[in-house]
Design a protein around this ligand. Structure first.
Ligand code: ACM
Length: 263
């Protein structure tokens, strides 16, 4: 399976421009699964809930979703993309999974980061695993990395590849996702963005890039730089994630001591 990320640098609020730039990049790739960053179509730093409501879209029929659905059909590929999702009076920081036959699944970010808490509704979708061609994939978004339960839940449900659209600003996640891959023996694909946004004076955010693909054994198969847009395709075998033995006597799923974990 050819798995890919696209590291972008969106222009805040320019949905059509950002979506068309991503579509062009997806079309140039030869990949079976492509992961785009969190909020790839809008940018990150909304000034208010009103601005977020104006720029958020339906997860299935908004401009971003429609163009990605068309592209997935044309390229016969699976796409994971983070976007601002509007549902009635609420907006979610969401990720969608699309395949060659159209829309497949939706995940709404469970663990909102910092000021996201003031404008987004907290996620209400369970962590779910979907079939994407020959692989089982799950979605989590950016700051979910700091809650090991997110990746663990996906792994327990059979995920072989964890797709993580991100807009990382803290430095820890790229290293932490190597651990998430090791402790769950899954592939992880983190798609981050680069660039800076300062839409609120004095509150500049610099995004760290460093998008990456990690193997179930914790091997960093590729990590992007921290300044430039970049796309990368890596050949992976999802079957590698089905082997949960870390030594012949240690199975990371069966050896859990649930009896001792109660808090
Ligand atoms: C983040 O969750 N966007 C840091």
């Amino acid at each position: 399976m050819r798995a890919a990320f696209i590291q972008t640098s969106p222009v805040f609020g320019k949905i059509a421009e950002n979506v068309e730039a991503a579509v062009k990049k997806i079309k140039r790739l030869d990949a079976d699964l492509v992961v785009l960053p969190e909020l790839f179509s809008t940018g990150y730093q909304f000034r208010s809930k009103a601005e977020l409501m104006r720029l958020s879209e339906d997860a299935r029929s908004g401009y971003a979703a429609r163009r990605l659905i068309e592209t997935a059909k044309e390229k016969k590929t699976f796409i994971v993309a983070g976007l601002a999702e509007k549902e009635s009076s609420k907006a979610y920081n969401s990720s969608i999974l699309i395949g060659p036959k159209g829309f497949i699944g939706l995940y709404r970010k469970a663990h909102l980061f910092w000021n996201e808490k003031k404008i987004f509704a907290p996620g209400d979708t369970p962590f779910r695993v979907y079939r994407a061609g020959g692989a089982k994939v799950g979605m989590m978004i950016c700051f979910d990395w700091v809650f090991p339960e997110a990746a663990r839940t996906l792994a327990l449900k059979g995920a072989e590849i964890i797709c993580q659209p991100s807009n990382l600003v803290l430095p820890y996640c790229p290293q932490a996702m190597i651990t998430r891959s090791i402790e769950n023996r899954v592939f992880s694909i983190t798609a981050n963005r680069v660039g800076t946004e300062e839409r609120i004076k004095g509150k500049a955010l610099k995004f760290i890039g460093s998008s990456q693909i990690v193997s179930p054994g914790g091997r960093l198969l590729y990590r992007a730089g921290d300044k430039k847009e970049e796309s990368k395709v890596v050949e992976i075998d999802p079957e590698e994630a089905r082997d949960k033995e870390i030594t012949p006597l240690n199975n990371i799923i069966r050896d859990r001591r649930k009896d001792l974990y109660k808090s």
